[in-house]
Structure formats: C-alpha cells, structure tokens
Design a protein around this ligand. Structure first.
Ligand code: ATP
Ligand code: MG
Length: 279
C-alpha cells in the first residue's frame, strides 16, 4: 500500500455531505493563531485553480506577515497611489466595489483582495454595516469568480464575523497535534451559533482540515474527536511538509515550490471532495 492510499483511510466524508453549488463563498477560520488557515487557503485555492475554477482569496487578516505578503499580486502599473485600494477601503468607502479591490496574482485564475495593517481600523472603529459588508459586496459581484476563500485572522472580532456572515461554508483548520486548537474551536462554535441565529442561518461547517498532519495516536484522537463533534463535516488531513517555510520565504505557494509534495496531493483531494463531490 502506498503512503497516499494509506492516508486516504483517514478522510471522513459523512453520508450526509453534499458539495455546494458554485459560485461559493468559504470562510477559513479558527481564532487560534497558527492553526494553518493561511496555508489551507492558498493551497486549496491553487488546487481549485488547477481544476479550472476561477478563485478569489480575500485576505481578512490585518497581521502584516500574512497572505498578502506570501501571495504576490499586481496593481495596475499606472494606478496612482490613491487607486491602490485594499480590503479596508471596502469597509470605509461607500463607492468602492469588490472589483476595485480584486487584483490579479502570478497565477492565472487566482485573484487576491489584499489587506494591509490598517485593516485593523475596521476592528477598532467598526464602520456602519461592518457585519454585513462582505455579504453585501459578494452578493453584488458579477465577475465570473467560482469560489471566494476568506482567510480570517486569529481573532473572533468584527472582521471574522463579517466573513462568517458572507460565507456559505466554513472550513476550520486545526493543527493535528495541538490539543489547544481543538479547545479554541469551542469559542468559534459559539460565534457560529450566534451568526447562524441572527445573520446567516444557512452557514455550515463543511470541513475540518487537520493541518501539519503526521500519523500518531494524538492525531487519531484529535481527528476522531472532531469527527464526532462535527458529524456533517468532511475531515481532511493535510500532511506535514518541512519546506512550507522555505516556500513562504520564496513567496511561492507549496504547489509551485514542491509540486509533488504529499501536502499538495492532500489539498487536491480536499478540492475535489468539497467542491465537486469527487476526489
Ligand atoms: N502541512 C503543513 N506542514 C508543515 N507545517 C505546516 C503545515 N501547515 C501549516 N504549517 C505550519 O504552521 C504555520 C502556521 O500556519 P498558517 O500561517 O497557515 O496558520 P494561520 O492559522 O494562518 O496563522 P495566523 O493565525 O497567524 O494567521 C506555518 O507557518 C507552517 O509553519
Ligand atoms: Mg493566517
């Protein structure tokens, strides 16, 4: 048995699971820092692009060293500084549209709404309509994007809430060997319940990604516990790769930095199951 076939045995696809229709908005959240949100967002995005889908990543994390630094993007060459908008402007300026802040990346079919550290102003000032801002703009967008993935920051503040309000699906990455990430997921559950009750009744936890996964009794225990806790969610291990840090330094997704990596295969699998109902 190859390692790949062996790994397959730990994916859990509940009989109730149905891949959602396109276009689709997916929030990648866990308020625990370092759970694997940014890695999962980027690698899943590229796996979807490889399947021929058009994908937009929204970087909803004000931390400086986040997606918008790892994933390069292009402002139009002749755009003056005041036209170089980012996600923050979508919350504060009424006439800015999602298209105005969506930029191409080096990868055909992948687009980015970047963030800058001043995105934190949204958390501090909470401009009118913060909760429903992303939902409003995404529902009006008519730009042929099939899947929008929202990379949330390590906080359950207004930015994360606005991502949960806009999303059809929620993906929760959890470090496979961290008992603390699982504890963190409990606070997320509370927020998800409130968002569902008040603003987005159809939000569902589509998947738990066990990031940095190596086979161990702890990983099995954590995976098994999460499968019981989220009986309708797909449980997907994404195996450890020691070169993710090197890929980030090189400003390349792992998919390009080390194309045959098992982690890349794992995110391919995830893309197939979650969006097309097949692996
Ligand atoms: N499959 C993997 N193999 C090895 N390391 C991994 C893997 N996935 C994630 N990591 C490690 O975990 C670190 C944190 O991942 P990531 O930045 O995606 O987490 P995050 O949840 O986005 O963090 P933050 O909350 O700060 O935004 C990565 O820099 C990487 O070192
Ligand atoms: Mg992150």
């Amino acid at each position: 048995m190859t390692a790949y076939q062996d790994w397959k045995t730990s994916i859990v696809v509940p009989p109730t699971f149905q891949p959602g229709s396109l276009p689709r908005v997916v929030a990648i959240c866990n308020q625990k820092g370092g759970a694997g949100k940014t890695v999962t967002t980027l690698e899943l995005a590229l796996a979807l692009v490889a399947r021929g889908l058009r994908v937009r990543i929204i970087d909803a994390d004000p931390q400086h060293a986040s997606m918008s630094v790892w994933l390069r993007f292009f402002y139009p060459e002749d755009a003056p500084a005041e036209q170089r908008k980012n996600l923050m402007h979508l919350y504060f300026e009424d006439d800015v549209t999602l298209q105005d802040v969506t930029y191409p990346t080096p990868y055909e079919g992948l687009y980015l709404v970047p963030s800058f550290p001043d995105l934190v102003d949204v958390e501090d000032k909470q401009p009118t309509g913060t909760d429903t801002n992303l939902q409003f703009h995404l529902s009006k967008a008519d730009d042929g994007i099939d899947v929008t993935l929202i990379d949330c920051g390590p906080k359950l503040g207004p930015l994360t809430v606005s991502a949960l309000v806009a999303a059809h699906d929620l993906i929760i990455p959890v470090q496979a060997a961290s008992g603390l990430d699982v504890v963190g997921a409990a606070a997320l559950d509370q927020t998800v319940r409130t968002v569902k009750r008040r603003l987005n009744p159809d939000l569902k936890v589509a998947a738990i990604v066990l990031t940095d996964f190596t086979r161990s009794s702890l990983a099995r225990k954590i995976g098994g516990g999460l499968a019981r806790k989220y009986p309708d969610a797909v449980i997907l291990p994404a195996r450890t790769n020691v070169r993710i840090g090197d890929a980030q330094l090189a400003k390349e997704p792992l998919r390009l930095f080390e194309p045959g990596a098992t982690t890349v295969l794992d995110y391919d699998r995830a893309a197939g199951i979650l969006f097309q109902g097949r692996s």
